[in-house]
Design a binder for this molecule. Structure first.
Ligand code: BGC
Length: 714
């Protein structure tokens, strides 16, 4: 034993002096590296590098007072600038002596977020803006989501990013959640499966993925420290479940803790959830990081199993040092966190010594962004085969969103992409003729409004108020065109929830008035009206759902928005997306309506809806939604025959034949639900009547074609 130890040490020392520290690091095991680290090294590694930005919050009594304000850090990086990848969210501390490199972490769920330009550098560093996560879920296509993850991961790798801060897989609990667009679904199974697919895609490039925000981060109001009071059953079955699936099936390199508390304990200090469930029960073997500037103290976070504190403050450094010194934090706990991080670093591109070329394949990723956007759009309504628009060439295009399309939300998920294709441009390039007077009006209306507004940035996107169009103009447009298309658009983003107000949840006066006047004028002439919903979540629809002939939810479709919309409207692509959440008739019909965003004082939110989230609530309480979870129409018709239901020989598989009995090509998405009424239930436990347990999607089937789908059940 002693001999072996001596041998290792000799090897290590030779390595450090002879081969250069970096090579030595690559050759050593994490345990060997740990053995050479001082206490300062260890604490440096668990605390991110932006600590000079500000000593935040105020130093506790008895703690040293360090520098304040945004100054350069020890390696010359200014605040919010990660090493040589500018605009990345954070980085880890390099320990040159031991060859431990700094690794770079960057957002996010709709594409890599880094700065597109750099001072004194002629090169550009644009990334592809993919559609938002809810659209990805609406494809119900895990292979497609895997491909998107792979493309995002490869851009990250090309630009020198080691760990992507995505996917976000929190449950969409309420339609007003500010970050709903970054998340997949109201259903844990769907969210978990999508998360796992995205993770696998990202990590196929050697870049790590981070599943976030663990856990019960379902609102933005008072997100720092709001206490989520939730039953153990709802926590397990609804809120933890997507993480369990993503962690066990996707095996992400990292998990990011949420800002909120769960049942009284702030998440980064929540030992029960971080250690007992995440690690001990699910076997997570990556590392856990905090969300940026999360509340809590460094030592308690390490003790709970939150390995890395991001983006790092001196306060956390001092707290850990002090706790080790006075013995309130065991060195073994700190060592464990260091090992978790070292293991991950060694597996990142930088840790493995791979070079990056700053040459991502933006062209093929744009093609993928367009393709996936078409697959996730959901046709909610299509009376009298209004869509596709085939022979209707002349389009009266209304709504600001038609000319200034929202392609993503604000906050950390915002991508610095090179261009975006607005709906108007997409339709024109597909050969549609847009009413010139409307185009001119909207272009001017939008640019006038934006003239004195600051340019869009990470936190802000100018949202032009909708203009009421005069009756004369509408009648003129109806006379001159074959169809009206109206885009209703909503922006949302990190740090604020949406509101139950006109212009947000409800239509604004101008939007409502336009919709009424346009439908009446066009219908008078026997011409149809199509509404496009350009948003990450949903608005109240009951008020106006009956007016238009067709409604297509296009979400926040990424930089290729206009092309993708044109592909679906023209019939080049037949929609096969389905809703990953329920659309209620009234806001009050949602199970969380009375407990969202939270009870004001104290800052607590009671999840009284318990396990009855989304469709579970609607079925359980027998409330008819406007559009149910899984709803989505097609331009063709399918016939489904169950070839084999679950049986004793294969309880985990359903086999169905899907036949396209219509007259157009199209893909079909099959969903399978557990009928809990049939469940063996001796304890009389109350279950949601139905639960999603499987789904599958066919290829594009031509008329008459049949495909046998084998759908795996959870
Ligand atoms: C967000 C995270 C993000 C982090 C780094 C936080 O504000 O909540 O989702 O990954 O910033 O940008």
């Amino acid at each position: 034993m002693l001999r072996r130890f001596t041998l290792v040490l000799v090897t290590v020392l030779t390595a450090l002096t002879g081969m250069g520290a970096r090579t030595a690091f690559a050759k050593m095991t994490p345990e060997e590296v740990l053995a050479l680290m001082t206490l300062e090294d260890k604490v440096n590694l668990v605390v991110g590098t932006l600590r000079d930005y500000v000593y935040w919050p105020e130093p506790a009594p008895g703690m040293p007072v360090r520098s304040q304000g945004p100054v350069e850090d020890s390696r010359g990086a200014t605040a919010f600038t990660s090493g040589d990848v500018e605009g990345a969210a954070g980085e880890t501390y390099a320990i040159e002596r031991l060859g431990i490199p700094s690794i770079v972490l960057a957002d996010g769920p709709a594409g890599v977020r880094i700065d597109a330009t750099r001072a004194d550098d002629e090169m550009t560093y644009y990334c592809t803006a993919f559609p938002n996560a809810t659209l990805l879920a609406a494809t119900w296509d895990t292979d497609m989501v895997n491909n998107v993850g792979a493309a995002v991961g490869s851009e990250a790798q090309s630009y020198g990013v080691d760990i992507l801060l995505a996917p976000g897989i929190n449950i969409i609990r309420n339609p007003l959640g500010g970050r709903n667009f970054e998340y997949y679904s109201e259903d844990p199974f769907l969210a978990g499966k999508m998360g796992a697919s995205f993770i696998r895609g990202v990590q196929s490039n050697g870049v790590g993925a981070t599943v976030k925000h663990f856990v019960a981060n379902n609102q933005e109001t008072t997100r720092n420290g709001i206490d989520v009071v939730v039953s153990q059953r709802a926590l397990r079955d609804i809120y933890l479940e997507p993480f369990r699936i993503a962690v066990t099936e996707g095996k992400p390199m990292a998990v990011m803790t949420a800002y909120n508390k769960v049942n009284g304990t702030v998440m980064p200090e929540n030992r029960f959830l971080l250690t007992e469930i995440l690690r001990d029960e699910w076997g997570f073997d990556g590392f856990v990081m905090t969300d940026w500037w999360a509340e809590g103290s460094g030592d308690k976070q390490i003790a709970a199993g939150n390995d890395m504190l991001m983006p790092g403050t001196w306060r956390q450094y001092d707290e850990i040092m002090k706790a080790i010194e006075v013995g309130s934090l065991d060195i073994e706990k700190l060592d464990q966190s260091v090992l978790n991080i070292l293991r991950a670093i060694k597996n990142t591109p930088t840790g493995a010594g791979r070079r990056h070329d700053n040459k991502p394949d933006l062209e093929s990723h744009a093609t993928l962004a367009r393709q996936v956007a078409t697959q996730g759009m959901v046709l909610l309504k299509n009376n009298d085969k209004t869509l596709p628009l085939e022979n209707r060439q002349k389009v009266a295009l209304f709504g600001n969103g038609s000319y200034d399309t929202f392609i993503g939300g604000t906050g950390s998920s915002k991508v610095n992409n090179k261009y975006k294709v607005n709906i108007a441009e997409g339709l024109e390039s597909a050969g549609k003729i847009l009413d010139p007077s409307l185009s001119q009006f909207y272009t001017k209306h939008i640019s006038d409004y934006k003239a004195d507004k600051p340019a869009d940035d990470m936190w802000n996107t100018a949202v032009t108020p909708e203009a009421a169009i005069s009756q004369e103009e509408i009648i003129r447009a109806a006379n001159n065109n074959d169809v009206a298309i109206i885009t209703i658009a909503r922006m949302a983003g990190e740090s604020a929830d949406r509101t139950l107000t006109e212009g947000d949840w409800f239509l604004s006066d101008a939007e409502r008035q336009n919709l009424v006047n346009i439908t009446s004028a066009f219908h008078e002439l026997g011409k149809p009206v199509v509404v496009l919903l350009n948003m990450g979540s949903i608005v109240d629809m009951t008020d106006w759902n009956d007016l238009p002939d067709a409604i297509l939810h296009i979400w926040l479709p990424g930089q290729e928005a206009g092309h993708a919309v044109a592909d679906v409207l023209s019939g080049k692509v037949n929609p096969s997306g389905r809703l990953p959440f329920t659309i209620a008739r009234r806001y009050q019909d949602y199970g969380s309506a009375n407990e969202f965003p939270h009870s004001e004082n104290p800052a607590t939110v009671y999840y009284t809806d318990d396990i009855f989230v989304g469709y579970r609530h609607f079925y359980h309480n027998k409330i008819a939604p406007l559009y149910k979870f899984g709803h989505g129409l097609s331009y063709t018709v399918f016939h489904i025959s169950i070839i084999r239901d679950r049986d004793e020989t294969d309880p985990d598989m359903i086999v169905v034949d899907v036949t396209n009995t219509g007259d157009r090509n199209g893909a079909f998405t099959f969903l399978s639900f557990e009928d809990n009424e049939l469940r063996d239930n001796p304890t009389k436990q109350v279950y949601a009547p139905y639960e999603l347990i499987g789904f599958g999607k066919t290829k594009v089937l031509s008329p008459g074609e049949t495909q046998r789908l084998r759908v795996k059940i959870r």
